[in-house]
Design a protein around this ligand. Sequence first.
Ligand code: NDP
Ligand SMILES: Nc1nc(O)c(N)c(N[C@@H]2O[C@H](COP(=O)(O)O)[C@@H](O)[C@H]2O)n1
Length: 278
Amino acid sequence: MAPLPKDTLHFSAEHRSFLEPHLPPKDLPPANNSSFPFTTVTFATSLDSQLALSPGAPTQLSGPQSKAMTHYLRSRYDAILIGVGTAAADNPSLNCRIEGVGGYGGEGLEGQPRPIIIDPAARWDFTTNHKIFQLARNGQGRAPYIITGLATPPADKKAILDEAGGKFITLDIATTGINDHKLDWKVVLKALSAEGLRSVMIEGGRIVINSLLQPEYFSVITSVIVTIAPTWLGTGGVVVSPPRRFNDEGKPMAAVRLDHVEWHPFGEDVVLCGKVKL
Ligand SMILES: NC(=O)C1=CN([C@@H]2O[C@H](COP(=O)(O)OP(=O)(O)OC[C@H]3O[C@@H](n4cnc5c(N)ncnc54)[C@H](OP(=O)(O)O)[C@@H]3O)[C@@H](O)[C@H]2O)C=CC1
Ligand SMILES: Nc1nc(O)c(N)c(N[C@@H]2O[C@H](COP(=O)(O)O)[C@@H](O)[C@H]2O)n1
């Protein structure tokens, strides 16, 4: 057997049962054009609700145990979704590095999620040297699908995607001003189902999460899994804080609340699982 890659991660069986009620069932039926995928919003945050020190500064919040948990999650979803801000800032791998999945001791690409990047104006400036494409070439991850509003995306980028096994998916976008593109998340999720993707974990960043955690989308969020790291990043970071809501009398109320909540310690971090309270 070929040696495992050096960055292979391990996640012990004893922690898996805690997560199970919040994950897609292993026997999910095939997706179809009118279904929504099993959708989990999942990210790592600081105690001051920040994803990173700044949009251009990749910030390790998860400790080793919760990082392994995130990779176990990646093995359980058909797709993993981020915004172009994250793609541009982090040059992420967006693969699963848990022992036993494809490229890490397993067969083919089994257990590797499809990366989805929300890029309405096709501004992500990628080359074949970006990690995601290197991993796809090495058989350690899948090539991305990029969701855009452009009917004709740039030919050079399309060629890179085609060669790697990825593609652009064009959707209708409401444009409300320069650099202000708004995709309807229900349209995005249905488009993933139409691609046969039955489940998706949405990792971030801030704009993605804050736009998704709004009442019109509560019904399509199946679960929420948040890693909380014992650190304050301080002012000026990338903050998760969805828009404030107001009740019928115009009084402010919480933007979102979770119920069916469970907490689990992973090393120095704690992982919160729950459902959006409707
Ligand atoms: N700690 C963690 O778990 C995670 C941390 N991060 C961090 O988050 C930061 C990036 O966050 P951020 O800058 O907010 O970027 P995002 O990844 O949220 O991407 C934002 C961009 O994606 C497009 N987009 C997102 N939502 C929509 C929508 N509903 N409709 C249309 N377009 C949309 C827009 O592109 P356009 O501007 O072209 O219109 C928008 O500017 C990075 O620092 C990264 O490290 C990211 C993920 C997880
Ligand atoms: N779970 C989690 N913990 C952190 O501390 C993080 N910074 C992130 N970031 C997300 O993971 C992506 C990087 O993934 P790869 O290791 O490159 O596969 C990053 O782009 C964020 O989406 N997540």
